[in-house]
Design a protein around this ligand. Structure first.
Ligand code: CA
Length: 223
């Protein structure tokens, strides 16, 4: 895990760098806002620790700018007198904040929390321009959100979890039978797949492939 520390106080930098490396994080330092922007553009970190007062701007501006393009979590490092202002940090997309001087153990546990939260939220399956987020049940096609029925979603999420695997019609039918509690016949399955393909912009069946006489297989080539 790579952490970018954006901070201009040398004493804090020294202490934190040592602490983070002890904990097994790779730590890079930016002492200015511009430097942080350059480093993120070069290689975005997994998490950013961000001081508010920087020599060439403030942490709020930096957070706002980065949020337009990146989703990695940001924890603000703030002085006690800045605490009231910290609600602004959340508005700008911060994930947490900690007041200086902080206890090392508390900072590490906040970092772990934020990283854990983040990895769950960002668990997204991708295939041929389709993205599916299990947590929210949302599906996007080339960045545009599409609305699926429960049956369509169920079929798509099973197939996206195992790209390349053959799903026989019987397998899919018994799976969605459990879901709906009603009998889903072979014809309903064909119609559902057809609608699903339409919503995915896959009318020719290049992503959800028909395996003749058997079932369907998801094809993620070229992604
Ligand atoms: Ca500072």
């Amino acid at each position: 895990m790579k952490i970018l520390l954006v901070e201009d106080n040398e004493a804090i930098i020294m202490g934190l760098q040592y602490l983070l490396e002890q904990e097994g994080y790779a730590c890079r330092i930016a002492r200015r806002r511009r430097e942080a922007e350059r480093m993120v553009a070069g290689e975005p970190p997994d998490l950013m620790l961000l001081d508010i007062g920087l020599p060439d701007g403030d942490g709020y501006q930096l957070c706002e700018t980065l949020r337009r393009q990146y989703t990695f979590p940001v924890i603000f490092l703030t002085a006690r007198e800045e605490e009231e202002d910290v609600v602004r940090a959340f508005d700008l997309g911060a994930d947490d904040y900690i007041i200086k001087p902080f206890r090392n153990r508390e900072l590490i546990s906040r970092i772990k929390n934020v990283l854990r939260r983040g990895s769950k939220e960002r668990e997204v399956l991708r295939c041929g321009g389709i993205a599916l987020e299990a947590e929210s049940g949302k599906v996007w096609v080339n960045g545009e959100e599409v609305t699926l029925t429960r049956l369509e979603y169920r079929i798509l999420s099973s197939m996206m979890a195992c790209p390349g695997k053959l799903f026989t019609r019987d397998e899919i039918l018994s799976d969605i039978w459990d879901l709906s509690g009603n009998f889903v016949n072979d014809n309903t399955l064909s119609v559902t797949i057809k609608r699903l393909r339409e919503k995915l912009g896959d009318t020719e069946g290049r992503i959800i492939r028909t395996v003749r006489g058997m079932g369907y297989r998801m094809e993620c080539r070229g992604t």
